[in-house]
Structure formats: C-alpha cells, structure tokens
Design a protein around this ligand. Sequence first.
Ligand SMILES: C[S@@+](CC[C@H](N)C(=O)[O-])C[C@H]1O[C@@H](n2cnc3c(N)ncnc32)[C@H](O)[C@@H]1O
Length: 556
Amino acid sequence: MSFSDLRKSRKTQSFVGIPAKQEASEPVVTAPDLHKNLPSHLEVRTTQHAGRGLYAVADIPIGSIILATRPHVAVLSTPHLENHCSHCFGAESPQGLKRCTQCLRVRYCDATCQSKDWSLHKHECPALQRWEEAVPSADMPQVPSDAVRAIARILWLRQKKGFDSVMSRELDAMQSHRQTLPVSSAEIHTHLSHALVQYLGLRSPQDLAQFNIHSAADLLDITSRFTTNTFTVMDTVLSPLGASVSPTVALFNHSCQPNAVVVFPRAQRTPRLSEPQMQVIALRHISAGEEVLSAYIDITMPRAIRQEALKETYNFDCKCTLCTNPPAVCPQESMYCPKACGGVCPLPTEDNPLAMCTQCKSAVRDTDQVLDGVRVGQEALDKATALQFTDPAKSLQLTSKLIPILTSVGLTPSAHPLLALCQLQKSFPLPEPLTQDALDDAIRVTSKAVTGLVGILPEVHPVVGITLFELAKLLAVDEPEPRDTQVAVFPPSGPPRLKLAYDTLLRARASLLCGMGVQSEGGQVGAEVREMLVALEHEIAVWKDGVKNVLADIPK
Ligand SMILES: C[S@@+](CC[C@H](N)C(=O)[O-])C[C@H]1O[C@@H](n2cnc3c(N)ncnc32)[C@H](O)[C@@H]1O
C-alpha cells in the first residue's frame, strides 16, 4: 500500500495486518504507573461524557500553582525560530543566539541549551535539511509546519525512550478522535500525515514501523492526539511562541468558565534551563472534589463561535453552564440600552431581531443598523486578522474604521467583534514620530479592551493583568503635547495621567500576582511590573516635590 492510500484506509484498523491498539474516542483509563508526577492535591477521574479529567482532592487557593511541568515536546513556530532559543524558548539576548551550523534553522542561547536539545535535534537537523532540499520553489515554506515538526519530535522521543517507557505510554494514552473525526478535519490529518512522512524521509509505510506505527489508523491516532492535546506556548505577555505537548497538562478538561489557566511565566528564580515551564494556575478558590477546568479556546468569543471551535478541533459539544444555561445577556453578545437607562440588551440576530433592554424593557429600534454593523465588523475583523503581519497599515486602517462604528451602534466593549477589533488594534506598535492624538487613541482602545475583558473574565485572569499592564505603560509614555489638565476628557493629561498610570499598574500587579501564580510572584512580567512601580513612584514623588516647592515660593 502506498501513502496515497492513507485516506482510503482512514477507517481501517491496519495496513500491514497489525491492528491499532486503542479504540479511539472511548474514555481512556490511566494505568496506575502513569502521571506519577501529579501533585498530591490532584487525582485523575474518568467520566462517560469527557473521559479522564483532573479533580482537586484538597482545597486549592486562588492564585496557587496547581501544576508546573516542562512539556514533553515543544517547538517554536517558524517566525520565532530566528529570535528565540529552540531549547529554553528564551528571547534573543543582547549577546545574540548561536545558530546550528548544520541546518542553519534553529538557534540556541549557548552550548548548554544546544547540548540539552541535541538528543532530539540530532534527528531534526537532517530532516530540516532534507525538507529544504526537497522544496520545489523559494515561495514554498522552507520549514515544515509547527505541527509536523512537533509530531516528529514526539515520534523521535518515543523511539529514544522506548515504546514501553512511561513517557511514551503517557503520550500514547492521550485522547485520540480518529474514529469520529469529521470529514473536513480528516482531510487535514491526511495532509499532516503526508508532510510528516516526507519530513521523516520515509520511503514506504512499512518504514513507519521504526516509530511503532503499523497502520494508517495508528498514524491518524498520532496526528489526532496531537491536535486534541496541544497547548500554545506563550511568552510572558501571552503572545504565541509555538506548540507544546504535555500529557499531564492535557488531562485537564475544558470549560468556557474555567477555574484554572495555563501560563508560561518564566519564573525568575528557577534556572532558565527548566524552561519553557507550563504552569496551571487557580483563577479562583477550588474546593476539594471539584474538577479543575481550563479553557481550550478564546472564551471572549460568543457561544456559537466557541461551540464551533471546540467541535472542529476537540470534537465535543460543550455542556458547561455558560453554554447550556447562558445568562439573559451574554457580555460577548450585548449592547447598551437604546434609551441609555444603564441596562443592557442582547444583540439582535438574523433569527431573533427583537432585542429589549433587560432593565427598562425598551426595544432596540435600529436592529438593521446593529445587524449590519456586526456583519461588517466581522468581515473587517477577518480581513484585518489575515493582513496583520503582511500589511499592518491596512489592517490598522480596518480596525480604526470599525471600532467607532460598532461603538456608535451601541455594542458594549465586551461584545464581539468590537472586543476582538480592539485587541487586534492594540497589538500594533505606536507610530513614529509619536503624536498626542495617536498616543491618546492607543490609550482609549486599550482601555476599551480592559473594560471589555473585565466584563467576561475574572480580574485575576492573566489576559486582564497583561492588558492592564499594557495600558499602564501607555499612560506612562511621555506626552508629546500635554493638554490642559482642567479639561475633563479621557485620557487625562499631565499629573492626573501619571496618577492613573500608577493606579492601573497597581491593578495589573494585583491581577498578575494571582493569574501568573502567587508562588512565583507573577513570574518575569510580575518583576517588570514591580520595577515600573518603583520608577513611577519616583516620578510622582519628584512631581509632588516640585508642586511643594512651587507652593512654598508663592508669597503668602
Ligand atoms: C486535552 S484532552 C482532555 C483529557 C481527555 N478527557 C482524556 O481523557 O485524555 C481533550 C479531550 O477531552 C474531551 N473533553 C475535554 N473537555 C470536555 C468537556 N467539557 N466535555 C466533553 N468532553 C471534553 C474531548 O474529547 C477533548 O477532545
């Protein structure tokens, strides 16, 4: 059988007569010797509807590090291969990174990081070179996708550790949805399998036996396990860096109202060589007996988009409280009362155009205007997201145009797509030379994003903490043309702005201390917040002294 038969044999158990080992999509039972590194406050339990999950067996206070581990496998995404270490994922320091002299693709902080990565890179290095040689033209990707590089690392790791090792069995015990994959995603898996085989330099399906893969079904199990159990590696300000797989962290099930969050805080005090370290942090007090649940997707999205994303990638229908029993007005789909009574209305939809304020019962009259605004806003968001890196000026033009439109039709800052547009716009750097208007605009958009996020997420969520920190940094930028401080507009100017920066920073610190883990004092970003607080305190003190001196000079 050739590789082109993979698709046909998707549902078969074997292509070389050896049956696949596991009935996919059945709840997996964990062997007692797996996940031995679980902390004593957690245990694995299995339910019919969600398979294995992790449950608290003791109370877990808010902000606690529930679990900390280095993923079994992690890869940088292609654009970050140039500016981050492929072992510890640290950003390029002033000393620069050392490039692998063979493949010229991956970089390391130093010889220590390189030698730590060698056991897997020694297989990856020739594979990267082989891939590059085989690429038919310069406009094709010169490096395989993150998924292909990560899955290959999983295969080399299993081979190195032995297929019966605990590490390999933990990887093999991760949930696979091979038997119930929708046709659309089965196609993706087939493409992934083909790219993987090319990257590994295999000539026939039988060559996969060296990775303990004996059938098309086995191969699809591997790719399905990868998509179902991957976590995005993030830097300290939550920007995506790459993909990682940790079978222990993958035991956490999903909720759209999670009580825990996965972060990569880069702790200050632990040596960098244990990085990238994933930490699961309690977003609220978790009582003994409760399941610990994280969010697999962006929960600032409306319910329909969340449900679709969960079905597409994770193959389940979410039955969390927020999905099954939503509030009368979901913040993600809300607008202000048309009579401005202070209440909110659900956003009208094509199916249900009647929208009414929950407080004063006034009906939204201009439903067409709202529907059009949301539709055009979504189209602009899709376009602006696609152009974010290739044509940032055009992308920024789209977000700047749509944010005022959606605001004027009455969407709340938490509503989709307004919040998503604000989040995108605030990711662009400030223009140079900086004008007061551009700075003030950036502050207004970031402030709107904070308000929107706080309407959906708990204040201790790291996304809220990081956005507060971004806002505080903008408020602390030297104003190009400070305004008259008497005029009550937002953002304020002069000393009141400095005071607002300080207060916002205090909020960011409180949020990040919890959301990035109390024990690690907020990790690297927590340390940056503390440094900035000291600098701002100094600036405010200088300003107060200045005012005191001026007052003393005024003749009585
Ligand atoms: C990362 S794994 C989580 C651990 C998994 N339950 C197991 O037994 O290995 C993701 C898969 O778990 C299941 N799952 C996670 N959260 C769920 C939920 N809230 N409801 C139903 N199934 C869920 C889905 O099958 C999903 O594809």
